[in-house]
Design a protein around this ligand. Structure first.
Ligand code: URA
Length: 204
């Protein structure tokens, strides 16, 4: 089966998903979008108001910044795949809960397998902790990690960069390394011990 068809199966399952409380308050589920053959997959936190309205990831202010950052390295948004850890908007844009992340993780894991990108860019704390549970984004942003066969580049979340000029500077700088990471020109940190504490979220 083609990647598009496989992704559509995920999308279809998500549209009728009731595995956690978030289905009750969603307008649209937000599975993700983009080029299924892309070398890069971006994973954010969860949909916000505009994403929930449109059923598309990163279409609000954070999305605008993400588009600009992509343009800064000569990549068009439709040439990458963009998704989130959580596919439905949490009410009032609160942080996702651990049980919601657990419930949603099989969808993300399936997308990761189907797309099989060379690089996964995690945007923010939640996406980063999904792969590197004890990773502090303030310490490991911009450092590529190899986790269970996946090449992960943790970056600050664009929404955090909209709130802090300092974070924006770091995010812009880290973003510029993406082509070098893809070209294998940046040293990769190997993560060997990926033990997840009981109360923590799932790990791929
Ligand atoms: N923030 C996210 O983490 N994801 C989106 O899709 C939009 C904003």
């Amino acid at each position: 089966m083609e990647k598009e068809e496989l992704l559509e199966q995920v999308n279809k399952a998500l549209r009728s998903c009731k595995k956690c409380r978030l289905y009750r308050t969603r307008t649209n589920t937000v599975p993700g979008e983009g080029d299924p053959n892309s070398k890069i997959m971006f994973i954010g936190q969860c949909p916000g108001f505009h994403e929930d309205q449109q059923g598309r990831p990163f279409v609000g202010r954070a999305g605008q910044l993400l588009d600009e950052l992509l343009a800064s390295i000569g990549i068009k948004r439709d040439k990458v795949f963009i998704t989130n850890i959580i596919k439905d908007r949490p009410p009032e844009n609160r942080d996702p809960m651990v049980d919601e992340i657990r419930a949603c993780s099989p969808y993300l894991e399936r997308q990761i397998k189907i797309i099989n990108s060379q690089l996964i860019v995690t945007l923010g704390r939640f996406a980063t902790e999904f792969f590197i549970p004890d990773g502090r984004i303030s310490q490991i942003h911009g450092v590529p990690h190899r986790v269970k066969g996946h090449l992960i580049l943790p970056l600050y979340h664009p929404a955090a960069a909209l709130r802090s000029g300092g974070v924006l500077v770091e995010l812009k700088k880290d973003f510029k390394t993406i082509p070098q990471v893809l070209a294998g020109e940046v040293e990769v940190k190997e993560i060997i011990n990926t033990k997840v504490p009981e109360n923590q979220m799932n790990l791929i």
